[in-house]
Design a protein around this ligand. Structure first.
Ligand code: SF4
Length: 225
């Protein structure tokens, strides 16, 4: 039989460990406010000190890609965000992204910026973190990722304090990020005063999009939103 001839690695590659699949409003990025299906993959090699999805570090359940796509389709919305954890830590994530695009969805990927994004389907909008010193994971930034970003891709800075703000501002200048892609500044939830961050951006005329995490304003830290 054909299936018995498939190598074990091929069968394993066609499944992903999933923490949760849910419908919510996109809370961040330039798609903020749009009804979106979130596919949260289990696992992350980083440990940011402000992480709000530690429950996704472990556990979850394995789903084959066809079953996963069927669950997404059941929500009947056109926007899908693949997130984590760090979704690219599972190699089959690349197949998932391509199959979602092939199925006609508007697809975005939320990634830590620590793993190579060059293999991500070009139709996917990449929302890539640059980890600040305040995250505790600045050493994990894979800066060559910045070279493969398209204009509609987005680089997100989560700002923990004034030192983070100044670091992020310097990165934008030194790496000539302005105009290359969307730039997002978010205050770290519970750490950085949002109004103060907004005032810093205005004072510097910084060419970035200030954002608050809409889902947290609406639903707090509850999983599934
Ligand atoms: S990269 Fe994201 S999921 Fe991983 S530890 Fe940092 S905030 Fe949490």
């Amino acid at each position: 039989m054909k299936t018995s001839l498939q190598p074990t690695s091929a069968r394993v590659a066609a499944r992903l460990r999933i923490s949760e699949i849910f419908l919510s409003l996109q809370g961040e990025s330039t798609s903020v406010g749009l009804p979106t299906v979130f596919v949260r993959l289990t696992g992350c090699p980083l440990r940011c000190n402000y992480c709000d999805t530690e429950y996704a570090f472990q556990g979850g359940e394995y789903l084959q890609l066809p079953e996963l796509l069927a669950q997404v389709a059941a929500f009947q919305v056109r926007h899908v965000t693949v997130t984590g954890g760090e979704p690219l830590a599972q190699p089959a994530c690349l197949s998932l992204l391509t199959q979602l695009c092939d199925a006609g969805y508007s697809v975005s990927l939320e990634t830590s910026g620590a793993l190579d994004v060059s293999g991500v389907d070009a139709r996917v909008v990449k929302v890539l973190d640059l980890k600040t010193p305040g995250s505790g994971e600045v050493e994990r930034n894979l800066y060559r990722n910045l070279e493969v970003l398209a204009p509609r891709d987005q680089v997100k800075f989560v700002i923990c304090d004034r030192a983070d703000y100044e670091w992020a501002r310097a990165q934008i200048g030194e790496r000539r990020l302005a105009g290359r892609c969307e730039l997002l500044f978010s205050p770290a939830w519970g750490q950085q005063d949002a109004t103060r961050l907004a005032e810093w951006i205005l004072a510097d005329r910084l060419p970035v999009r200030f954002q608050l995490q809409l889902h947290k304003i609406l639903w707090g830290d509850a999983p599934g939103h």
